[in-house]
Design a protein around this ligand. Structure first.
Ligand code: ADP
Ligand code: MG
Length: 406
């Protein structure tokens, strides 16, 4: 049976083609976190794209044009989302001049001038309305500035945008970059021949976008461990009054559905038994640990409690494959970071294959010093969950295929 992962592993990579003298367009994921002054607070995503960019430089591509989005602009220019914020760091990491291009159509001639493997960085592609709409005309325009298309934006590969999907219709040679291949390989190890039991740990605040995936994920996992704001929606579904906690009323029914499905399929679900609650997230005066059933009036749940840390740690300890997406609390604040950090250590200490996905989860794992103790840290959150769901990600769908896999 060809699974989604097997299908995606069959695409051609950069190593299968010749880029000599070609105009190469690389869709990268430079969607890095910036602080309020526009400084990059974590450049892992830029570093993750370097092997692909360097390979094109070393193999004498005529020009290398980097395309990315940053943040969520609404189809028009916004200074805070300009990729100019990335240019200097990229130059430093590549040790090479990077030329910034505001308008790629008028720079077409420049990009075609073959000398010294020039590297161009386009302005945020989401400043163009056509990008999110996967507009045909826009895809065609973008395709016209390259001979070879390389997709290396794993974190965005679950999106059907022009630069991740639509463009492939108009380019003859289209392949995956090294980051895409590395990600697929890591998930293949966890999902194709998994050593069971498999535990999926989910948390975080993107409830609506993640909860719907959980229904299909049930077929793949043996244990589902739920924390963070995500678990508030499940506790609400059990009939607990979550008071001022963050949860999504519209998805309470979905949570119930997931719990019923899990019971029918023999998947074990673990929910918090105690919670850290506070009167205020910004200026906490009163912070308490309470049973999950007893969130106090005027309080909100902001972390899992110590009994839950123990319960979750024991549940993961008995797993051989662990996939983690979403922090257990508001880990950005010291007072509410214990649950996430302690669970990170518990997972890192397991004799299991361990994968972390999701920008904030990866950041939390880095902050508590456990990053190097995980088997793999994915640059994709939503993308990795969709892999688990069994989907073929749009970013891989139309790429050229290796002969043996056609
Ligand atoms: P990821 O980026 O790893 O996919 P999400 O973006 O879904 O994760 O969620 C991360 C965010 O969830 C963090 O900013 C964290 O503060 C927040 N969070 C976690 N638990 C809670 C909670 N109980 N209440 C409010 N926010 C929470
Ligand atoms: Mg996030």
């Amino acid at each position: 049976m060809t699974t989604n992962i097997k299908y995606m592993s069959g695409v051609k990579s950069l190593k299968d083609i010749d880029v000599y003298g070609k105009r190469v367009l690389i869709r990268v994921d430079f969607n890095v976190p910036l602080d309020s002054h526009g400084n990059i607070s974590d450049d892992r995503r830029i570093k993750a794209a370097l092997p692909t960019i360097n390979y094109c430089i070393d193999h004498n591509a005529c020009s290398i044009t980097l395309v990315s989005h940053l943040g969520r602009p609404k189809g028009e220019y916004e200074e805070k989302y300009s990729l100019k914020h990335i240019q200097k760091r990229l130059e430093r990491l590549l040790d090479k001049r990077v030329e910034f291009i505001d308008d790629f159509e008028s720079a077409k001639g420049e990009i075609a001038t073959c000398s010294k493997e020039r590297v161009f960085l386009l302005e945020n592609i989401r400043f163009h309305e056509g990008e999110k709409k996967n507009d045909k005309e826009f895809s065609k325009k973008l395709a016209s500035i390259c001979d070879v298309y390389v997709n290396d934006a794993f974190g965005t590969s679950h999106r059907e945008d022009s630069s991740t999907f639509g463009i492939t219709e108009f380019v003859d040679t289209k392949v995956a970059g090294f980051l895409m291949m590395k990600e697929i390989e890591a998930f293949s190890k966890a999902l194709e021949e998994p050593v069971r039991p498999i535990a999926l740990v989910v948390g975080g605040a993107k409830i609506s976008s993640k909860i719907t995936l959980l229904e299909s994920v049930l077929q793949k996992v043996d244990k589902l461990i739920i924390g963070g704001a995500m678990s508030n929606t499940f506790l609400k579904a059990l009939g607990y009054d979550m008071k001022d906690s963050l949860y999504e009323e519209d998805y309470v029914a979905t949570a119930l559905h997931v719990m019923t499905g899990a019971r029918e399929m023999g998947v074990k679900i673990y929910l918090p038994v105690d919670l850290v609650v506070t009167d205020s997230v910004e200026t906490p005066v009163d912070v308490k640990v309470v049973p999950a059933q007893d969130v106090l009036d005027g309080f909100k749940a902001v972390d899992i409690g110590p009994a839950t840390v123990k319960l979750f740690s024991e549940a993961v300890e008995m797993s051989n494959t662990i996939i983690w997406n979403g922090p257990m609390g508001i880990y950005e604040q010291d007072k509410f970071s214990k649950g996430t950090f302690k669970l990170a250590t518990a997972i890192a200490d397991c004799y299991a294959y361990t994968i972390v996905g999701g920008g904030d989860t990866a950041d939390a794992v880095e902050r508590c010093g456990e990053a190097s103790n995980f088997s793999f840290i994915s640059t994709g959150g939503g993308a990795s969950l969709e892999l688990l769901e069994g989907k073929i990600l749009p970013g891989f769908k139309n790429l050229d295929r290796r002969e043996e896999s056609i």
